[in-house]
Design a protein around this ligand. Structure first.
Ligand SMILES: Cc1cc2nc3c(=O)[nH]c(=O)nc-3n(C[C@H](O)[C@H](O)[C@H](O)COP(=O)(O)OP(=O)(O)OC[C@H]3O[C@@H](n4cnc5c(N)ncnc54)[C@H](O)[C@@H]3O)c2cc1C
Length: 385
């Protein structure tokens, strides 16, 4: 057992820190994105960090990916790590694993050039349980014709392409008749209506009315889409890939500074034992989040099965992250809930924004409650309910 970063990983972290020192714009920070900054990240090749070199990527390992995400989010770099992270964890990995050689040559270089791919799975009657998907894809010559309705789809209005799951065989058992396609979001027959959620986060209803998708956009084998989704699930659970660790660590460091430098009832809050206890508990949890995240990355670099640890880490990290947010809001007091730009808003309103925005982790795909069910059944081998 060797519990330290190797030289290549230390050097890579330093390269990122040097880049951030030089290129971080002073006036824009996450969650706002800066196209100029993103362009510089693309030039470094970092959006294709995990993509093999023969498909235009850097072919670096999973530990490098966590280091990059951790440092970018710690430094509040103005780039959507969630968007690009999901794009690789879902589309990139599934394409690498199951796509044809031509699909890999066509689409993987686009990820490295900064194109992100969305996911179009959820429907009014199908959320966590994807075997209930109703959207139909019917083969017609050299196209599939798609009809159905999708819900809570994040990026159809901004991205060019989406990974779509649709039913190709209605006669097979529910989990055996689904297929995955790359759908062009600008195709005729797609209409979108927006839905605004917590933290000002936009999702969409997507209506698919005789949308034509070329047969060459079918990923892998027809009717195997759900199996591809399941095989990729551990990586989907791990989709933040270190970004949440960097982000929580940064929020914690800023919170500690704030509680040292302000006075409440005549003394700095950090002088109160109850507040010190809470800060110590936060520090312990963040340390454990980080260790679990790097352990997963280390296992991936060695080709080990990460399915159980990905679930365990998902539960621990999301619960610690949400608990951190709510405790931080308690410690900030009433000013914590003020919007950015108001008088007296602490920490530029960042904590209040996280409290609202991150809450979706508790009930969206990969929620702790669902993931605990997976641990019980698959990790612990308990009998089905
Ligand atoms: C902001 C936002 C963005 C989204 N973006 C996208 C997107 O881009 N593409 C896309 O396809 N979908 C997207 N979704 C949809 C999201 O993935 C679904 O909300 C999620 O799959 C849960 O489905 P559901 O809402 O139907 O809840 P349900 O499946 O009805 O689940 C309800 C609750 O029960 C829990 N639960 C479900 N099954 C179990 C179980 N077996 N054991 C224990 N607990 C369980 C769930 O975790 C959840 O908390 C988005 C959702 C949100 C809120």
């Amino acid at each position: 057992m060797d519990f330290k970063f190797g030289e290549e990983h230390r050097n890579f972290r330093q390269e990122i820190l040097d880049f951030l020192e030089k290129e971080l714009p002073g006036d824009v920070k996450a969650p706002v994105s800066s196209p100029d900054f993103i362009g510089k990240v693309i030039n470094k090749g970092w959006l294709g960090l995990s993509i093999p070199e023969n498909y235009g990527g850097l072919g670096l390992d999973a530990i490098c990916r966590v280091i990059l995400n951790e440092e970018m989010s710690y430094h509040q770099a103005p780039i959507s790590l969630g968007l690009y992270g999901r794009s690789f964890s879902v589309f990139g990995r599934i394409c690498l694993e199951h796509g044809s050689e031509e699909q890999k040559q066509t689409w993987l270089p686009r990820l490295t050039e900064g194109e992100a791919f969305g996911q179009c799975y959820t429907e009014p009657e199908s959320g966590t349980d994807m075997t209930r998907i109703q959207t139909r894809a019917v083969r017609d010559g050299d196209h599939y014709i798609i009809n159905g309705q999708k819900m809570f789809i994040t990026t159809t209005h901004t991205l060019k392409r989406t990974l779509l799951m649709a039913r190709t065989n209605p006669d097979a058992s529910a989990d055996k008749g689904l297929s995955m396609f790359v759908m062009d979001n600008t195709s005729p027959g797609i209409s979108i209506t927006q839905m605004m959620g917590l933290g000002g986060y936009r999702t969409n209803q997507v209506f698919l009315d005789n949308v034509k998708v070329p047969c060459e956009n079918l990923i892998g084998v027809e009717n195997r889409g759900y199996q591809y989704y399941l095989a990729n699930k551990p990586f989907y659970l791990h989709k933040e890939q270190g970004a949440e660790v960097g982000s929580v660590q940064r929020a914690f460091d800023d919170l500690v500074q704030h509680l040292k430098n302000t006075r409440r009832d005549g003394i700095p809050p950090v002088k109160r034992p109850v507040i010190r206890q809470k800060l110590a508990e936060m520090a312990a949890n963040i340390k454990a989040m980080r260790l679990l995240t790097y352990k997963m990355a280390w296992m991936e670099t060695r080709g080990l099965d990460i399915s159980h640890i990905a679930s365990v880490a998902r539960v621990f990290n999301v619960e610690s992250w949400l608990k951190f947010n709510s405790t931080a809001m308690q410690l900030l007091g009433m000013n914590g809930q003020l919007r950015r730009g108001e008088n007296n808003t602490p920490l530029g309103g960042t904590m209040g924004w996280h409290y609202e925005f991150d809450a979706i982790q508790d009930f969206t795909r990969g929620s702790p409650s669902y993931t605990k069910s997976m641990i019980a059944t698959h990790g612990l081998g308990l009998p089905e309910v």
